[in-house]
Design a protein around this ligand. Sequence first.
Ligand code: MRU
Length: 363
Amino acid sequence: MNIDGIPTRTIWPVGSPADGVVEIIDQTRLPHEFVVHRLASLEDAAEAIRVMRVRGAPLIGATAAYGLALAASRDAEDAALRGAADTLIATRPTAVNLQWAVRRMLAKLLPLAAEQRAAAAWDEAAAICAEDVAQNQAIGRHGGDLIQAIANRKTGPVNLLTHCNAGWLATVDWGTALAPVYAAVAAGIPLHVWVDETRPRNQGASLTAWELAKHGVAHTVIADNAGGHLMQHGRVDLCIVGTDRTAANGDVCNKIGTYLKALAAHDNGVPFYVAAPGPSIDFALASGREIPIEERNAREVTHLSGLDGAGRVVEIRLTPEGSPAANPAFDVTPARLVTGIITERGVCAANREGLAGLYPERA
Ligand code: MRU
């Protein structure tokens, strides 16, 4: 996608595989600073995922793939690769793309002779990134058709609500939930996005708002609690969110607060779609109840960072000193609240039959 007119991705290798360097946009510095961060080792890649310099299910998977490539450039023996895989998988528990990418890399590399593995690892990581871009573009086409159908029925812009950041910053390019937005805007459909701020880490306010602004898409940031009110007053035509893991029955795990938006959408007859590329669907889990929910540091709830009057990024405390806080990072939206799942293979019902119909080889 474009940053001030310049096509940019979220992760890219630098030089030849022998150089062993990958660069990322450091998302902990957005929206106030644009910083490119260098990953030169497995440990750098694991740290970037753990502290959320990169985040968003597909980008976590892509970074893990490059993490294994960085590891293979240093030591491509079985034990080293298996150890690297364990290190990467331990970074974050909820997004299944992480395990998917690591397992795919191991399945590709372990059958090869050790001296062939480093080059193959860089190729496979690049292939994972290329597939992510193609999947998201296809999601954009399918979701764009849904937006077009709504535009055909109304006058004025289509108002779409999204939660967290499932835009191009959460993927290698295009995004999942925001790919239909970019496709609709490219097709000339008048569109406006309600951006949930997404406490406690504010991925909506910091990242979605930033990328929509950079790409020139009309949007308004709202407090997380405002969505239900806007839906009651007919000011939301549809919701599209991303997913970190969708179970075989269509239950959808996504950023904390997604469930409340789905409840409000259901109560108000607002279509609630989930954009889910194939690697984020976990056919091994019968229902969303089995999805591990990441518990993050309470400091993300008790503290907030932003620009002060002098333009410096500072952290402030919101809560009384000593008040305990809890920070579950994801929730599960039951399939019955999901209007449809937008995948790269088309839109399906959020149930076992719908998903199995699109992915018969995996179900
Ligand atoms: O904690 P994060 O920022 O990694 O959570 C991201 C989300 O919840 C996204 O909605 C999800 O990964 C889908 S990204 C295309």
